[in-house]
Design a protein around this ligand. Structure first.
Ligand code: ATP
Ligand code: MG
Ligand code: MG
Ligand code: MG
Length: 482
């Protein structure tokens, strides 16, 4: 099945279960000061769950454009390096607003995956919430008992609060969830190592595909959980991951969603995919990021110097950095990928074709402007190299490399690559110390977003806290609320 057919089959299936199919909300959130980008299908239904709004129908389903590059869900560092986290991705979802609950959602998820799509049952595992003393919540036996109708008991795995309990924020609607994972390893490997032990272990072939959330509690300000009078269901399935499973691939990028884009990148840069890891990572970064940027622009968010626009600009620059460093792309080229993107996603998202000229123009200008910055950085680096050599040193101060990074967006790997050609290295400890100082400054300046929604102080609203300071691979620090 093609990606388009898969998307449609999901809608058809849930339509047959009396769901109303609703459009994707914009990926860029304009009317909520606490959230910059849509990071899950349920975002647009927040007010329904909070009881402030009535649903258009008790059962709805859709495919939602999501972006996970800031706040609680920040997958940016993974993107390109792994093959199943994207910055922008589509989340297929179905919802019940006070209508059906665990039994139906579990039965339908199973029916859709194994009967409609005919996914091999022996490759599937499910998780259920193990319970939690502190909150006085028992194991989710209701979900487990339902699963037992379909799947052997030893494929039902207990999961902890981090993976299997969803909360909107410090207070508000919340509840246990149950996730479906798929094991795409070859048979020989599956015979050797039980897939069960690999679930939720970041194994690239044993991945989560669908999360079923059962919203049954309200967390009060004192931390206590009280049952909700009306229980809801919220599900989210990674569309690209589903396509990969159905198309029998070992990477999301090998599906028809990304192949035309990768082919075009190969054509434009002269590098081919599948030979060296560095090149492959860079090609995946470009293929992923160009989608994100194009969709942001069609949703009305141009790259800029603050807030959401700045995040988009940084994503574009990340793609330029990777292609400059590893694909030898010294001139703008990403703007020429739009047609390939339209080929893969244009039918579901006609805004791409409609705004194609604008998208191409904006991307080209951004690429060119950042390439100019890069070349200024390179001239500076040339002076640094000459200076270091004239003193007969072979180590460049970390603070100098940091300044290049901080002022010119010049990443350490690029600096090191250029220095290496001149038999020089950077003092990494010093660089790291500078980076730590920078992170500390950023942390002090603002609060870190940790929830799906957070009420920001008036003073904080102007400030973007994002991955800027977490960008260099060596210095990844993740903060996740447990
Ligand atoms: P993971 O553990 O793989 O990071 P998650 O638990 O953070 O996923 P959920 O918040 O449960 O993801 O989102 C629902 C579904 O969306 C996931 O089951 C997965 O299929 C998909 N998904 C989540 N993050 C991404 C991403 N960055 N790129 C592509 N698909 C994603
Ligand atoms: Mg995640
Ligand atoms: Mg997960
Ligand atoms: Mg999940």
């Amino acid at each position: 099945m093609t990606a388009s057919e898969i998307r449609k089959s999901y809608w058809e299936f849930f339509r047959s279960k009396q769901h109303k199919i609703v459009p994707s909300a914009p990926m860029v959130v304009k009317n909520d000061p606490t959230l910059m980008f849509t990071n899950a299908g349920m975002n647009q239904f927040k007010d329904i769950f909070l009881g402030n709004n009535n649903p258009v129908a008790p059962r709805v389903a859709n495919s939602q454009k999501c972006l996970r590059v800031s706040g609680k869900h920040n997958d940016l560092e993974e993107v390109g390096h792994d093959t199943y986290h994207h910055t922008m991705f589509e989340m297929l979802g179905n919802w019940s607003f006070g209508d059906y609950f665990k039994k139906e959602v579990i039965d339908w998820a199973w029916e859709y995956l194994t009967e409609v799509l005919k996914i091999d049952k022996d490759r599937l595992y499910v998780t259920v919430f193990e319970g939690n003393k502190e909150d006085n919540v028992d194991r989710d036996n209701e979900a487990a008992d339902n699963w037992k109708k379909w799947i052997a008991e030893d494929r039902i795995i207990n999961g902890n609060k981090k993976d299997n309990f969803w909360e909107m924020g410090d207070t508000g609607p919340c509840g246990p969830c149950s996730e479906i994972h798929i094991d795409m390893r070859p048979d020989e490997e599956r015979a050797k190592v039980d897939g069960k032990s690999l679930v939720n272990q970041d194994h690239p072939q044993v991945i989560e595909i669908w999360n079923l959330v059962f919203i049954q509690f309200n967390r009060k300000a004192n931390g206590e959980l009280v049952p909700l009078p009306k229980k809801h269901v919220d599900t989210g399935m990674g569309f690209e991951r589903l396509c990969r499973a159905l198309q029998g691939k070992t990477s999301n990028y090998d599906t028809d969603i990304f192949q035309p884009i990768l082919n075009k990148i190969a054509e434009l840069t002269g590098f081919s995919y599948g030979n060296t890891e560095e090149v492959d990572i860079a090609m995946r970064v470009v293929a992923d990021h160009v989608r994100t940027i194009a969709f942001s622009i069609t949703d009305g968010q141009l790259p800029s110097n603050n807030k959401a626009g700045y995040v988009i600009r940084r994503i574009l620059r990340r793609a330029v950095r990777y292609s400059y460093t590893f694909l030898n792309a010294k001139e703008a080229f990403m703007y020429q990928l739009i047609d390939a993107l339209i080929e893969t996603m244009g039918d579901a998202y006609p805004e791409l074709e409609a705004q194609k000229t604008l998208v191409g123009k904006v991307i080209k200008e951004e690429e060119e402007s950042f390439l100019r910055t890069l070349s200024t950085g390179i001239s500076m680096l040339d002076k640094i190299i000459a200076d270091t050599k004239s003193k007969n040193f072979n180590v460049v101060h970390g603070a100098v490399a940091f300044e290049l990074y901080d002022t010119f967006g010049f990443p350490l790997d690029l600096t090191e690559l250029i220095l290496k050609e001149n038999d020089l290295v950077v003092n990494r400890e010093e660089f790291q110390a500078e980076m730590e100082k920078q992170k500390q400054r950023a942390r002090n300046a603002t609060a870190i977003e940790t929830d799906d929604w957070q009420i920001l102080q008036q003073d904080d609203r102007e400030e973007f806290i994002g991955y800027d300071y977490l960008e260099t691979e060596i210095f990844i620090t993740r903060y996740r609320k447990i």
